[in-house]
Design a binder for this molecule. Structure first.
Ligand code: C2O
Ligand code: CU
Length: 460
């Protein structure tokens, strides 16, 4: 296990070993961006100014765009008073660019700059967010969308990111800081908010062209809220899940757990407007509206757009099985667990250490090695959610295959990077470990991750 102190030395050594001559990237186009983490003002309500932490003072952070095959180069400056780092959620990244403090890089200190540079070889909807005390930094607004286009996207007239967040604000529209670290939240569903925004706004309006195609890219950046969307359309046409193109699927509504993405294709022929709702509660909220403008005249034929997934389930006969039993939380069955090498009872873990969740009776952290895996081995994470809570399980640096019960008429495996596991559910998350490095596996309910539901898998 790597201590924080030794991190710099070790990572420098491994960097020297793995550094590639720059000529490898020579053909690829480099897309440059500048991001800075800032203390920013933002108005949720015109009478109140809230203090948020934002990238480039924007809520959400700027849309980063690249084409498949480009190199994304993000020059990042930390203008906060505390360390931070950026994780590129869903990107099959180079490990040292993955943005996990102490595991893949030193945290970026106040005033410091760090240059993230990595190829984007898969198209789709991704996002980036702070990964240092993310339960706090993400709650304050440190995230933004990342979209990688491929040729199919040229055929689509309107491309709209819908980044949803569930803020917890007090009566003065300030981030409710008093509740940060609430043991109640951390042991239950996580920090659930009271102010839902789409791209920072309450029920915004967007326009799309008539007789054309629009792609909506939903991202759930909430700390813990599981969102569910429906619309005024009879069906919603899902074309991608967690960035990965799927055979189009018609659904009435869809669930989006923290960290997940879903892309819809909207054919605007015969439409005047479409309303979208957040429907996880009996009292549904208007999420946003699409107004159809009359600009275009030719009718689009969408049959010539080929949405298919070219991901192939690896052969499972030689797979390495890693058993993961998730336990803990309120009303759970975790009586004892190991924390920093010491076995402790649940009550003292909760009250003394604010640790509440475990994998295989270990309280996790960025330094908890769950398993070692050989490069190019097929891995099955055999996960059992033995808690009374749903958890949004995310693997860094890799997509995995999962037989989701969520899309009823789709019995195939789907490829995703974040999977919502219901209380009691058992699921096999399957991936080909062809990406070397230390990859986090954690719950994306950020309070759960902070209080133990986190580990890494070492692929070497
Ligand atoms: Cu989007 Cu480790 O997370
Ligand atoms: Cu969780």
């Amino acid at each position: 296990m790597l201590s924080r102190r030794n991190f710099t030395k070790r990572s420098l050594a491994s960097f020297l070993l793995t550094a590639l001559p720059s000529v490898v990237f020579a053909k690829n186009k480099i897309i440059n961006y500048k991001l800075s983490a800032e203390k920013s003002n933002f108005n949720f309500d015109k009478n109140f100014t809230s203090n948020l932490w934002l990238y480039n003072h924007e809520n959400p952070g700027p849309l980063l765009k690249a084409n498949k095959g480009d190199i994304l180069k993000v020059n990042f400056t930390n203008n906060l008073d505390e360390p931070t780092s950026i994780h590129w959620h869903g990107i099959k990244n180079i490990n040292k660019m993955d943005g996990v403090p102490y595991l893949t890089q030193d945290p970026v200190q106040p005033g410091e700059t760090f240059s993230y540079e990595f190829p984007v070889n898969q198209s789709g909807t991704y996002w980036y967010h702070a990964h240092f005390e993310s339960w706090k930094q993400v709650a304050k607004g440190l995230y933004g969308p990342l979209v990688v286009n491929d040729k199919t996207d040229d055929l689509i007239e309107d491309d709209i990111v819908i980044l949803a967040d569930d803020w917890r604000l007090n009566k003065k529209y300030q981030i409710d800081k008093k509740s940060f670290g609430s043991l109640m939240d951390w042991s239950h569903a996580g920090r659930v908010g009271n102010w839902l925004t789409m791209n920072g706004k309450k029920s915004p309006q967007y326009s799309i062209k008539a007789n054309s195609l629009a792609r909506l890219r939903f991202i759930n950046a909430s700390n813990a809220r599981i969102l569910k969307f429906g619309s005024s359309l009879k069906n919603n046409n899902i074309i991608a899940i967690d960035g990965v193109t799927v055979k189009p699927m018609l659904v009435k509504d869809f669930t989006l757990a923290p960290g997940q993405r879903i892309d819809l294709l909207i054919n605007s022929v015969d439409l005047l407007k479409v309303d979208f709702f957040e429907i996880s509660h009996t009292k549904q909220l208007k999420a946003f509206t699409l107004n159809v403008t009359k600009a275009n005249n030719k009718t689009r034929d969408i049959t010539n757009i080929n949405f298919t997934s070219n991901w192939i389930l690896p052969k499972l006969n030689k797979a390495k099985i890693i058993n993961i039993r998730m336990q803990g939380g309120a009303m759970g069955n975790l009586s004892k667990a190991n924390f920093d090498g010491v076995e402790k009872d649940f009550r003292s873990l909760a009250t003394e250490d604010k640790k509440l969740w475990a994998f295989n009776k270990e309280i996790g952290s960025y330094e908890y090695l769950l398993a070692k895996v050989k490069l190019n081995q097929v891995v099955i994470l055999d996960v059992w959610n033995d808690t009374r809570w749903p958890h949004s399980m995310h693997l860094h640096g890799n997509h995995f295959f999962v037989k989701s019960k969520e899309f009823k008429d789709n019995i195939d495996y789907i490829s995703r990077d974040t999977y919502l596991m219901q209380a009691g559910e058992k699921a096999k998350l399957i991936f080909l470990a062809d990406n070397p490095g230390k990859w986090l596996f954690h719950c994306h309910m950020l309070e759960h991750a902070a209080s133990g539901m986190i580990s890494y898998i070492d692929v070497a």
